[in-house]
Write a protein that binds this ligand. Structure first.
Ligand code: ADP
Ligand code: MG
Length: 197
C-alpha cells in the first residue's frame, strides 16, 4: 500500500507537463509539512533505458517500444519501494496499469494558436504541429484517460487549463492540494505518537 499517490500529468506535447511537474515538485518540497514527491520523466526513461527503436526523422520522434517502456515503468512505480509519490510526466496514459495510478491530470491548451507557438519554437515541422493541434482539439489524451480511469465526475481524471503563465502555479497548487486530500483519506493514520491508530 503506498503512502503517497501516483499521478500522471498527461497532455498533448507543449501543454506544459514538464513545467507544471517542476512547479509542483518545488511547491511540495517547500510545503510544511514537506510532501516527498518525485518526478518520473518518461522521456528520460525512454532515452536512458533505450525503450525505443531509433529516431524517426520524418515524424521527429523516437519510436517508443511500449512493452519495454512499461516494463521499466513498472520497475519504478510498482516494484520499486512501493511508497508512491511519483509524478509521471508523459503525453499519454496508454499502457499504464490502472492500479498504478491514483490520479490522471490532463493539461489542456485549447487556444491552439498558443500551442502552435510553443511547438513551433521547438522546431517541429508544420505537419507535426498540425497533428498535435488536432489531437488537442479532439481531446485525444483526455478520452484515453477517461477510458482507463473513469469520467471526470469520478474524480480520478482531472482536466486543467494550461494556457496562461498563471495557470502553471495554480495547477501545481491544485494538484498539491489533491495530494494532501489523498493523504488524509488514504495515507497512514497517525495518532500523534507515530504508532498509528
Ligand atoms: P510539455 O512538457 O507538455 O511538452 P513544457 O512544460 O515543456 O510542455 O512547456 C512547453 C513550453 O510552453 C515551455 O516553453 C513552457 O514554458 C511553456 N508553457 C507551458 N505551460 C504554460 C502556460 N500555462 N502558460 C504559458 N506558457 C507555458
Ligand atoms: Mg515535457
Amino acid at each position: 500500500m503506498r503512502s503517497l499517490p501516483n499521478i500522471i500529468v498527461a497532455g498533448t506535447p507543449g501543454v506544459g507537463k514538464t513545467t507544471t511537474c517542476a512547479q509542483l515538485l518545488s511547491l511540495a518540497a517547500q510545503a510544511s509539512p514537506r510532501v516527498e514527491l518525485r518526478h518520473l520523466s518518461i522521456n528520460e526513461i525512454v532515452k536512458e533505458r533505450e525503450c525505443h527503436s531509433g529516431y524517426d526523422e520524418e515524424l521527429q520522434t523516437l519510436m517508443v517500444d511500449d512493452d519495454k517502456l512499461m516494463d521499466e515503468v513498472e520497475k519504478e512505480i510498482a516494484d520499486g519501494d512501493g511508497a508512491g509519490g511519483w509524478i509521471i510526466d508523459w503525453h499519454s496514459t496508454a499502457g499504464f496499469a490502472v492500479r498504478w495510478v491514483d490520479l490522471v491530470v490532463v493539461l489542456r491548451c485549447d487556444e491552439t494558436s498558443v500551442l502552435y507557438d510553443r511547438l513551433s519554437s521547438r522546431g517541429y515541422k508544420d505537419e507535426k504541429i498540425q497533428e498535435n493541434m488536432d489531437a488537442e482539439i479532439f481531446g485525444v489524451v483526455s478520452e484515453e484517460a477517461r477510458d482507463g480511469w473513469g469520467e471526470p465526475e469520478d474524480g480520478r481524471v482531472v482536466e486543467l487549463k494550461s494556457v496562461e503563465p498563471d495557470d502553471i502555479e495554480e495547477n501545481a497548487e491544485r494538484i498539491l492540494q489533491w495530494v494532501r486530500n489523498w493523504i488524509q483519506d488514504h495515507g497512514p493514520k497517525t495518532n500523534g505518537n507515530g504508532n498509528g491508530d
